[in-house]
Every structure is written in C-alpha cells, then in structure tokens.
Design a binder for this molecule. Structure first.
Ligand SMILES: Cc1ncc(COP(=O)(O)O)c(C=O)c1O
Length: 427
C-alpha cells in the first residue's frame, strides 16, 4: 500500500479540496481512495507530486499528451500566441490553417471546433438527428461519449436505454438504444426492430473507456454496412483514437469513411479542444449556414488551436510503429507472469493505447466487467510505490507517448511481474 507519510501534502490538499468540490475533484475519475495524489508539474514522461515524488506517467491526462508533458515545440507556440492575445470572440486565420491541415489528414470536408469531447458528440448527435429527421440513436454498452444526457444511458430491457444518472429524463434515454460492441447479432436485431427510426450509430472504433477492447475482424466494416443499409449515419467518436494509433484516424486505419468524425484530446495539444466534422452536405446544416444550433464562447480559441497545430505538426515525422515494439515487450512480461505464477492476466493493446485486465481474456464488455477490479486497484497502488503512475481504474486505458523509451516500458513490465511474484498466493 502507499506509504501515507510520503503523501502528506496531497492528503492535506484533499482535506481542503473536498470542502469545495464535490468529492474533492473536478471530474469524478480523478478520485480514488483514500485521496488522490495532487500533481504540481509535468515534464516529458514524468509528473511530480506536491510531495516531491517523481512518477513515470502512463496515464498522460487520460490521453491527450502523446508528446509527453510540456513538449517545447508546443509550449513555444502557446507562448507565441499568448503574446498576441488569447481570446477574441471573432474568427482567426489560425482556425482556417488548422482546419486545412486536419481536412487533408482526416478527410473531413468541413468541421466545427468545440472545447470538449462532450460538446462535440452532443452537437454531432443533434446534427445527425436533424439531418436524418429521426429521433433514435444507437450506442455501444460501455462506450463513452462524454457526460451529456443523450449518451449517459445503460441498457434496459429490449436494449432501450435507461438513464444512468439521476436528472436525465426517461424521455431522452428511451431514444438511445444500446448495442454490444463486437456483437454483430445485437446490432442486426436493434436495426431490424428500429431501423427506420434510427438517425445514427455512434461508437468509438476501439473501446477505450472500459479498458481497451479493439474491434474484431470485420466489425468496423460491418458498422459502416449496417448503417448504410438502414440509411442511418455512422459517427465515429475518435476523441481517444484520433492520432493515437496512426497519423490520422482509426477509421482510416480500418479503411472506412464515417459520416461524422469526432476528434478531441490529442488534437488540442493538451488544451481544451475537440472537433466534429464530415461532408459539407451534412455540416452545412449547422448554424449560421443552417438551422441546427451550436455555439461556444471559447470555441476555436487561439491557444488551443495553436497547441493543436504544433502537436499535429510535431507528430508528422513520428514512427507509430515503435509502439508495436513496446506493446510486444509488455506482452512478454504478461506471458512470463502467467507461466511463472499462473495468474489471471491479459493485455489488450493497439498503437499507443493498452490495458492489463485481471482476467483471462477480454474480447467483449462482458469479459471486461468480469475482471478483478480489486486486484487491479492493488496493482495501481503497488505501481505508485514503484514511482509509476497509471489510471487507477481497470476500466480506463493506459497510454504511451513518443517520449517513452523502451527502458520505461520495461520498468512497467517488470513491475507487473514483481507484483505477481509478491502476490502469487493471493487469489
Ligand atoms: C471516446 C470519448 N468521447 C468523448 C469523451 C468526452 O470528452 P471530454 O472529456 O473532452 O468532454 C471522452 C473522454 O474521455 C472519450 O474518451
């Protein structure tokens, strides 16, 4: 367990924090027992806690920081923009520059900049419903698209959504149908029963909010095919996957063209930013060109745009192939742990996103939720004591950056092995 004496300042800050913020945090995922470690600074692959402890970071702020913490080439552009001013409430040339770059790289003809992935998916769904003049939408169980009413649902009987938070009207959730990722039949059934009323299907191409679950062979193509068959839109939520597994979108990686794409995290270079976009024919329904309303005081703010451009430019010459090597290295430690200590552990990963599941094999959400979450949390605490920082929940993704080297990856792998060696009798 964490030596509490090492985290005295974090503990004290949390005591103050919980008086001011619900649960002591500004986003629920940041809380864990007994109190979260408070971070003072970050540089490269490291974060430094208020208690002066240095960690190797495999959480990377839940995804945006593919160049590590405060990369100089991004910082320089943010500072340059700071000198010119950081908010005008008027269009800037920088926005055009960025949209031109992203249009070339992702195939989106037209886009709208927002401040968060939550906003982007909310507005893309509104747009999709207006465009198709249909009410129902389909999402995957445990797929995450932000914290707004349309998508915060859990499956109910007959796969009709029920609100997964108090305060969400049943009337909203009943229009959200919930399918099973990697389950072709569940989608066939939902579309067969509701097809003519379904405006759109929204999904992550690789589930990243229930650990990491890549699509099975042919599944993404099938999503494209079934949405076309029922004349519904396909929205790919690439808030995590955009520029994470390749220099572009996962949709390109799987060789399909969605109707709308959502980008976030990496494309904002670590500042608040997201995008939804697609073909002009659909996007021109957004106000003021069209009637679908969407707006934001901070949308396309120059600091986020400057950070985004600098990040995407810096990623251009990078070799994403290096991550395959890193994941193979980790898989070897997983195999050794299984062989030497006969433990239940598996690893899913693609590109620079991965997760260890405390289970035998995870191909579906049903498999993922059977994982031993208590053991995972114990692993998280064990790693903190080894100065390694990962998300505290089994149902998040771990991330690599271009700043990580093989030696840090090996450190994580050998810590996993050690965890099992020390806990080999613990079932
Ligand atoms: C796939 C996906 N979509 C949307 C969101 C929401 O983005 P934000 O937290 O920027 O609102 C997230 C956040 O983690 C996400 O992972």
């Amino acid at each position: 367990m964490v030596n509490r004496n090492h985290n005295l300042l974090s503990e004290k800050l949390f005591d103050r924090s919980k008086e001011l913020f619900p649960g002591g945090v500004n986003s629920p995922v940041r809380f864990y027992e007994p109190y979260p470690i408070f971070i003072r600074s970050g540089k490269g692959i490291n974060i430094f806690s208020v208690d002066g402890i240095k960690y190797i970071d495999f959480c990377l702020a839940y995804g945006p920081l593919i160049l590590g913490h405060s990369p100089p080439e991004v910082k320089r552009k943010i500072v340059e923009q700071l000198e010119r001013g950081w908010l005008f409430g008027a269009p800037t040339e920088l926005e055009i520059k960025y949209a031109e770059i992203l249009s070339k790289l992702t195939g989106m003809e037209m886009m709208r900049f927002t401040n968060s992935g939550t906003e982007a998916t909310m507005h893309a769904i509104r747009l999709g419903r207006a465009y198709k003049k249909r009410k129902k939408i389909v999402k995957m169980r445990s797929g995450y698209h932000g914290s707004h009413d349309y998508v915060l649902v859990s499956p109910g009987s007959g796969a009709t959504g029920i609100p997964s938070s108090p305060g969400i009207p049943d009337e909203t959730s009943k229009n959200t149908l919930v399918a099973e990722f990697n389950n072709f039949n569940s989608l066939e059934r939902i579309f067969k029963e509701n097809g003519t009323e379904i405006a759109l299907l929204i999904t992550e191409p690789i589930l990243g909010n229930i650990g990491v679950i890549p699509p099975e062979e042919g599944f993404i193509k099938f999503l494209r095919e079934i949405t076309e068959r029922y004349d519904s839109l396909l929205i790919m939520d690439e808030v995590i996957t955009g520029f994470r597994i390749n220099y572009g979108t996962a949709s390109q990686f799987y060789n399909i063209k969605p109707d709308l794409i959502i980008l976030g995290k990496i494309v904002g270079g670590g500042l608040p930013f997201a995008i939804f976009g697609g073909d002009k024919e659909i996007m021109e329904n957004i106000a003021p060109a069209g009637k679908v309303y969407q707006a934001g005081t901070f949308s396309g703010n120059p600091l986020s745009v400057a950070a985004g451009i600098a990040t995407i430019k810096s990623l251009k010459e990078r070799d994403y192939g290096i991550f395959n090597d890193y994941l193979d290295t980790l898989r070897k430690f997983v195999r050794d742990s299984i062989e030497d200590f006969s433990q239940e552990i598996t690893m899913n990963g693609i590109g620079s996103m991965f997760q260890f599941f405390f289970n035998n094999s995870v191909k579906s959400v049903n498999d993922a939720i059977k994982s031993d979450t208590k053991k995972y949390f114990r692993f998280f605490k064990f790693l903190l004591n080894k100065n390694i920082y990962i998300p505290h929940s089994q149902f998040e993704s771990l991330f690599l950056s271009f700043k990580h080297r093989k030696r840090e990856v090996e450190k994580l792998g050998s810590a996993l092995y050690e965890f099992f060696r020390e806990n080999k009798d613990w079932k």
